[in-house]
Design a protein around this ligand. Structure first.
Ligand SMILES: *[C@@H]1O[C@H](CO)[C@@H](O)[C@H](O)[C@H]1NC(C)=O
Ligand SMILES: *[C@@H]1O[C@H](CO)[C@@H](O)[C@H](O)[C@H]1NC(C)=O
Length: 358
């Protein structure tokens, strides 16, 4: 298979500290042709890091650079990792130019935008010979521990209750604290991070969220509101549970706990020898089973899937090709819709809000 040429739009923290290093580990799957940013300085910063692994990568910036990438027919796919407010517009522009797109989460900045995005994307089938792949990068659906955890769900029987607890100290020591778009984003860090946890819940439960009721508040005024949320979640399978997210915590803690009729599944995030990862514990009346430690690897697995899909789509050249559903824009849209309903419920002091179906 021929290696597809790709470009990256964005030169922020995630591109510098995640995309470039992770891509360097799987550099046999693609050719990195260019990195683009709004300003030359920012593009150069990311290109300098990337050059160690991809000596021929080109530096592009501004409207002219973007135009060159859009018109370059040798570029098959683009990773879009920009401010959430502008990603959908840019992704659609690239899709219309026939490029496959992996866009960083969240899928969109509002429900209206999700709706227009889906209809514009669906209408591409009529204007292009084959509709390019539009993927949203949320990586949790690709974390081996969560995929494995979903298999263990059969061992605990029908779901009775669940808790997902997320405590994060988002303060000025955290590099993501200083990204200005997040401070001007409706839903703030609760939305930006929350889509991951909704993705993991939908993966583990194997069904959709139907309705939510949430209480939100603003504790740390240096953060965008809300930064504290308790949400009761109702699943399609009849089970309810809670998601607690505190972005203004003083300590880190993340775990999933699912109580079933036959036992309990717990997934903890741990740090072992400086590496973050997951540990799964399955408890039944008879025994407790602990999984091996799974270091974080969802970003790499997701990139491999996207690049593999791009290579296969290029070979097929028609619509008979089906991309992996876990990376589809639709999945990202569904996660967004759940968070949107939680934030709306928070504004209505916990009123029950139905989740918009996509
Ligand atoms: C944090 O959220 C919980 C529930 O959503 C609420 O009961 C609590 O009062 C909030 N804390 C602060 C300090 O706002
Ligand atoms: C941010 O939170 C972490 C964890 O509690 C702490 O170690 C660090 O000192 C905090 N930074 C600031 C600037 O408060």
């Amino acid at each position: 298979m021929e290696r597809p040429q790709i470009a990256i739009l964005g030169a922020g923290i995630f591109v510098r500290t995640e995309y470039i290093p992770r891509l360097s580990e799987i550099s046999d799957l693609f050719i990195l042709k260019a990195i683009w940013s709004r300003t030359e300085e920012s593009a150069r910063g990311a290109v300098d890091i990337a050059k160690k692994f991809f000596p021929n990568v080109e530096c592009k910036w501004g409207d002219a650079g973007l135009d060159e990438i859009t018109k370059d027919s040798s570029i098959a796919a683009v990773i879009v990792a920009l401010a959430a407010q502008i990603q959908v517009d840019l992704s659609l522009k690239l899709l219309k130019a026939g490029k496959h797109v992996l866009q960083e989460k969240p899928a969109a900045a509002s429900i209206d935008e999700v709706e227009t995005a889906l209809s514009s994307y669906n209408s591409l089938s009529t204007s292009l010979p084959c509709r390019p792949i539009w993927a949203v990068a949320e990586n949790f659906r690709f974390e081996p521990a969560l995929v494995e955890g979903a298999k263990f769900m059969a061992d605990i029987g029908d779901m009775v209750n669940f808790q997902i607890i997320v405590e994060v100290p988002m303060n000025s020591s955290n590099p993501y604290f200083s990204t200005s778009w997040r401070h001007n984003f409706a839903g703030g860090y609760i939305l930006d991070m929350g889509v991951h946890f909704v993705a993991s819940l939908r993966l583990l439960a194997g069904c959709e969220v139907t309705a939510v009721s949430a209480t939100t508040s603003h504790v740390d005024t240096s953060l965008p509101p809300p930064d504290n949320m308790s949400s009761v979640i109702q699943l399609e399978n009849g089970c309810s549970g809670v998601l607690v997210t505190v972005v203004s915590a003083k300590t880190y803690q993340t775990f999933w706990r699912i109580v079933g009729l036959k036992g309990t599944l717990q997934i903890d995030v741990e740090n072992r020898e400086g590496k973050y990862g997951y540990l799964i514990t399955l408890s039944t009346p008879e025994r407790q089973t602990k999984s091996p430690f799974y270091p974080f690897s969802g970003v790499t697995e997701e990139l491999k899937t996207f690049l593999g899909d791009v290579s296969r789509a290029i070979l097929k050249k028609d619509d008979s090709f089906q991309a992996e559903p876990r990376i589809s824009f639709l999945e990202g849209a569904r996660d967004f819709a759940v968070l949107d309903a939680m934030l709306e419920s928070g504004k209505k002091k916990g009123a029950l809000v139905q989740v918009k179906k996509f």
